[in-house]
Design a protein around this ligand. Structure first.
Ligand code: EPZ
Length: 430
């Protein structure tokens, strides 16, 4: 397995192009199942999860064409053309769903277009149990009959789905996306109440609109969808990855550097910018992106609580914890979205961090320095938090299980190295 070796201690200075958002691209790809017309997605990031979704869609009968920028450099998003003339299989097999939970996003579209779907239950994951009861409950309210058989969700709606008012008891990005897609082809009106407002949900709704869907309330927690008989094709540019932008903002913060994040907008990372500003980091919006700098002064400990958008994202909690490890004073970091998202704590402590976890909160007491160590992590964001810690640590950090990073960070080493980081990938032998 590949490893990443980082020699810490250099402030990062330069520009980093931000790629299209993984978590927008995945549901957007699933919308191809709603139409027999071509869908072209631009600003497509190059990630293992995207390839997994393409494999899943191909086995449903989707014709997937990928056209990456010829010079293949960071920042040049590729194009993907997806055409689903016919759906040849309505089964999403365990083998693919277990590799990537977002595979469950094919459930709503398959059911809406074909009247049936058989999708493996994703099971637990490193950050929590992550049930899909809200997806299933919502589809049942829309008239689907659903059984759980042999580890699969077996759903049927032979006469099609019907509109319904669905009130989510908690905010779920995936359930909002699945039901939004399903509702575009349902009979009658659907209302999604307490819907997720994440920019990735907004991006999905905008693309569906371009495909002919009738959606009101985009960007609010109440989405109203008037079902249509059919949707058409569209060409859509994927929103920039706010989690990637936030991660590199933290790279500037932790190393005391200055990075211009290209092709993104401050409004996407406003909650993060507010917190980091209180910690002593500066954010300036430019015509081309956002400049993040901590050229002078120390980092100051600040408290953080994760929340659904527009709050501080859970997908940046691990990175924020790494930043707080070397801040002056203490920081209380509270995770409210997932019940097991502190797996990076013991690894950060192996690098010299002082962290005490009590239930959903971690108390981080800033230490003068971190030291490099061999580390590994169990998920994508935990892995990148260790990269951030490695950038500021004395000596060498070697990160194992790099495949987690490849699922969600488009050319991470290239982007960091362009700002002066000493980061190299060590290829596995054989
Ligand atoms: C999306 O996951 C993201 N993934 C996650 O990013 C992100 O952490 C999460 O939203 C929260 O922002 C994609 O977009 C592909 P949820 P999702 O449904 O949709 C509970 C990353 O690192 N819940 O909003 O699966 C759930 O257990 C990944 O890129 C139910 O109880 O998250 C969690 O506690 C990791 N029942 C909470 O809701 C359900 O049916 C929020 O989950 C659904 C969710």
């Amino acid at each position: 397995m590949d490893r990443i070796r980082i020699r810490g201690g250099r402030p990062l200075i330069g520009t980093i192009p931000i790629s299209g958002a993984k978590n927008a691209a995945l549901p957007l790809m699933a919308t191809t199942l709603l139409t027999d017309q071509p869908l072209t997605l631009t600003n497509m990031p190059r990630l293992v999860d995207i390839a997994t979704m393409a494999t899943l869609l191909a086995q449903h009968g989707v014709d997937v064409h990928r056209n990456d920028h010829p010079n293949g450099k960071a920042g040049f998003g590729g194009e993907m053309r997806l055409t689903t003339a016919n759906i040849t299989s309505t089964t999403a097999p365990y083998e693919l769903v277990r590799r990537m939970r977002a595979s469950v996003l094919v459930l709503g579209p398959l059911l809406a277009r074909c009247g049936r779907a058989r999708v493996s239950l994703p099971g637990g994951c490193a950050i929590g149990t992550r049930p899909v009861d809200l997806h299933i409950g919502g589809l049942r309210q829309m008239g689907a009959s659903i059984d759980l058989v042999g580890g699969y969700i077996e759903a049927e709606a032979p006469k099609g789905l019907s509109g319904a008012t669905i009130v989510f008891p908690m905010v779920s990005v995936g359930a909002t996306e699945n039901l939004l897609m399903a509702a575009t082809l349902a009979r009658g009106d659907t209302e999604l109440v307490n819907a997720a407002r994440e920019p990735e949900v907004v991006d999905l709704a905008r693309c569906l609109q371009a495909m002919g869907a009738d959606i009101e309330g985009i960007g609010t927690d109440r989405l109203r969808i008037r079902g249509r008989d059919r949707l058409g094709g569209a060409r859509h540019a994927i929103v920039s990855d706010r989690i990637e932008a936030g991660t590199y903002a933290m790279a500037a913060a932790i190393t005391g550097g200055r990075i211009e994040l290209l092709d993104t907008r401050l409004e996407l990372i406003l909650a993060v910018a507010k917190i980091l500003t209180n910690a002593g980091v500066e954010f300036t919006e430019t015509a081309t992106g956002v400049v993040v700098s901590r050229a002078n002064g120390a980092l100051i400990g600040v408290d953080v609580m994760t929340e659904p958008f527009p709050g501080f994202p859970t997908d940046l909690q691990a990175q924020m914890m790494a930043v707080m490890c070397t801040a002056q004073g203490a920081a209380m970091i509270t995770e409210t979205i997932f019940e097991n998202r502190f797996m990076h704590v013991p690894e950060l402590m192996r690098m010299g961090a002082n962290i005490t976890v009590h239930q959903a909160s971690a108390l981080v007491r800033g230490v003068g320095r971190l030291t490099g160590a061999p580390v590994m992590a169990t998920d994508l964001r935990a892995s990148v938090s260790l990269v951030l810690a490695g950038l500021v640590a004395e000596g060498t950090t070697e990160l194992n299980r790099v495949y987690h990073l490849d699922r969600g960070y488009d050319r991470l080493e290239e982007k960091l190295a362009a700002c002066g980081a000493s980061v190299e990938r060590i290829k596995a032998e054989g």
